[in-house]
Write a new protein. Structure first.
Length: 155
């Protein structure tokens, strides 16, 4: 069953809002992943991130001057920078990504089904050869449509 106009508008708005919010997280993941990948080249193991830029409760045993940059980048990437709350936030954002993916697939497929219905094209389900007899599979592989198969005389 296709969604009504009100449901589609609501779903598109939800998809857009989640996409905008999640794009911030994506940029953090892309940046930190790139830094992690090239930590030797950039010399992150030799650099220190000052405590001024870090939460007060973050790795207090590492000293008063700061924490190695490669450790900070890894903890930003994993969500551990903000402790248990950071992990929960990362889990919520992961759920947002799942919702974004599913809503995008639904929006795309519902639009494709609407376009097919308007054009009078053969439904997608009628092309699935797995649900057909071997004879129908051969006809499908020869390129005969459902309409052409129906018009063929039965011998």
């Amino acid at each position: 069953m296709l969604a009504t106009n009100g449901n589609k508008t609501w779903l598109r708005r939800l998809h857009a809002i989640i996409g905008i919010v999640s794009s911030v997280n994506l940029m953090v993941l892309l940046s930190s992943g790139l830094l992690m990948q090239h930590r030797e080249t950039l010399g992150l193991e030799d650099r220190i991130v000052s405590r001024i830029f870090l939460p007060k409760s973050y790795r207090v045993d590492d000293g008063a001057e700061g924490v190695r940059a490669d450790i900070v980048v890894t903890d930003v990437h994993s969500g551990r920078l903000f402790g248990p709350l950071g992990l929960v936030i990362l889990d919520v954002i992961t759920m947002f990504w799942a919702i974004l993916l599913l809503s995008g697939v639904f929006i795309f497929t519902s639009k494709q089904l609407r376009l097919r219905a308007k054009s009078g094209a053969e439904p997608i389900r009628s092309r699935v050869a797995v649900l057909r007899t071997p004879e129908a599979c051969q006809e499908i592989s020869r390129g005969l449509s459902e309409r052409e198969r129906a018009q063929r005389p039965v011998v």
